[in-house]
Design a protein around this ligand. Structure first.
Ligand code: GN1
Ligand code: MG
Length: 354
């Protein structure tokens, strides 16, 4: 891939490939992300996975509109984080489509930025949750009709369950016997689907980030303050309970999402409380009462849903998420279902935060 980048991609961005240093960046499961350093600067280069993002032009256009809005807010002193902006091709385009050789885009790189994979303290959690809340608040006056749904029904639990049932019926990779326990577990959560069907229609549609993982909030490595929200790929209309839920999912466990040490996978109450404090400090005035009450639902739905998605991909033969070892998607699913169960087990204590 490096040869391809040097020969066919970097020239479109006006970068002298002979002197560029290229290295892998981040931990994404879908796109390929690289850091490119050359004499005049640094940038983030990304090959969009067009199997997953079927309308990549819409993706880069969405991200561009959002970064414009945030830059305008920053100029009015209403947005205090840094904004990642597109780095245009020499023809002034947001991306370059090389057909078989990929769909490429570039973005500014933020020096001194630092991302973490596992939250170590309540303080870190509160800082990150406040940053995601600040992001949502700055987008609360953005015209939602400007954004295209790059992945329709992205956070749609009934649809995800239906896809799991299809994968079970097909069992195309002949793996069902290896994961029957988790399939039965996932399909036994009807009560959550019922609760969701009742609450969802009462929630306003807002601009959501839709991937509020801890590693999508960059800290400033000099003082560990918040620096920027990144990965605008899935910014779409939706319900904010899911952004809250993805923070709970990725901040609360002391283990990474693919850890097999299931005995350690649990929701840390102090981190959960810190997420509530940080997020509501920015959005307390924006959210409706029903939205506030929906946050607890969003946490459970997101944890169950990602477990369902990993399990489905395991059954389908690992066609969606990048994997790095055999059984990786099953490990991820088991981990996330364990985290979901930990939420249920601590319901009374956790709900007292709202
Ligand atoms: C994927 O590629 P990445 O890490 O940004 C996925 C998210 C999942 C996440 C699980 C488009 O995000 O929905 O929550 O993995 N993105 C897409 O870690 O499916
Ligand atoms: Mg993402």
């Amino acid at each position: 891939m490096i040869k391809l980048i040097r020969q066919s991609v970097l020239p479109h961005f006006g970068i002298d490939a002979t002197e560029a240093k290229i290295s892998a960046l981040g931990n994404g499961h879908i796109n390929d992300t690289l850091l490119v350093c050359w004499s005049k600067g640094e940038l983030v280069l990304q090959r969009i996975n067009t199997q997953v993002f079927k309308t990549p032009h819409a993706l880069v256009s969405n991200a561009d509109k959002i970064s414009h809005h945030l830059c305008a807010k920053a100029l009015q002193q209403q947005y205090g984080l840094k904004v990642v902006s597109p780095y245009l091709t020499q023809d002034g385009e947001l991306a370059i489509d090389l057909g078989e050789q990929g769909f490429w885009r570039a973005m500014s790189y933020l020096p001194h930025s630092h991302c973490i994979e596992v939250v170590k303290s309540a303080e870190e959690a509160e800082i990150a949750a406040k940053a995601f809340g600040h992001f949502a608040s700055a987008l609360s006056d953005f015209d939602a009709t400007q954004l295209e749904d790059v992945i329709p029904q992205f956070h749609h639990l009934p649809g995800r369950i239906a896809l799991l049932q299809q994968a079970v019926a097909l069992d195309s990779a002949k793996r069902l016997e290896k994961c029957r326990y988790w399939v039965d577990y996932a399909l036994s959560q009807q009560a959550l689907l019922d609760e969701l069907a009742e609450i969802s229609p009462k929630l306003p549609l807002r601009i959501c980030h839709n991937d509020t993982k801890i590693n999508n909030m960059l800290f400033d490595q000099r003082d560990m303050s918040s620096m920027a929200i990144i990965d605008l790929d899935t910014c779409m209309k939706g319900h904010l309970m899911y952004d809250f839920g993805d923070m709970v999912r990725t901040f609360c466990s002391p283990e990474a999402e693919d850890s097999t040490a299931l005995e350690n996978v649990k929701v840390r109450q102090s981190i959960f409380a810190a997420i509530c404090r940080g997020y509501l400090s920015e959005l307390g005035e924006v959210l409706t009462e029903v939205e506030k009450r929906s946050l607890w639902l969003g946490a459970r739905v997101i944890c169950l849903m990602i477990g369902v998605r990993f399990l489905t991909d395991y059954l389908n033969g690992d066609v969606y998420f990048h994997i790095h070892r055999e059984g990786h998607n099953l490990d991820r699913a088991a981990n996330q279902f364990t985290l979901y169960q930990s939420l249920l087990d601590q319901e009374t204590v956790l709900k007292a935060n709202f």
